[in-house]
Design a protein around this ligand. Sequence first.
Ligand code: DC
Length: 221
Amino acid sequence: MCDDIPVMTLDGPAGAGKGTISRAIAMNLGWHYLDSGAIYRSLAVAVQDAGVPLDDIDGIVDIAMKMDLSFGSGGTPAVILNGCMITDRITTEICGNITSKIAAFGPVRQALLQKQREFRRLPGLVADGRDMGTVVFTDAQFKVFLTASAEERARRRYKQLKEKGIDVSLTHLAKEIEERDRRDTERSVAPLKMADDAVLVDSSDMSIDAVIARCLALLNT
Ligand code: DC
């Protein structure tokens, strides 16, 4: 029974460290990992490639239903869309911003629901996103809402991009993060919010190891 398969959900705003933390927990437990943002981002790439306007909801849903998406394994898993590797394309800020726009449409979210639920396989799943605990896996046994201050999240993203040799302004990045937070929290469908039964973890002043330990401790409570 699917419901017996344990799930830990990690929801939170952009740049809170969900990806790093979720991957580490999945690795530690030997569980599967769902990067739901990568599914939404891949759809944004598919929509762009098809030249579908961002307000054509039916067109976007059609692409969501038909896209052939698979993920490789490893630290930064390869993302393969309709036979093409798009791993790098989904990480850009532009892609993130387009994604947040199309992710606001209810029918689009509905079209991606099943794809996400299919990741729930034994021995367990760590699911990272915005609505994992509130919509996709409401019956998850362990729910975390991971956040950090907007300044700290902008700083982390800035460091990440710098390391990749991408030149960005910290002020511009902070503004974009705040704008994306607003869009993700204010949308009417599946807005970013903490599930009633989630545990709040503010990682602003915590090390990665401390956050991982805090999440893993939930399994023993
Ligand atoms: O986590 P991320 O930065 O890869 O997500 C990119 C965008 O996708 C984000 O702005 C909101 C959207 N998203 C969503 O609406 N629901 C999810 N479960 C995951 C991501």
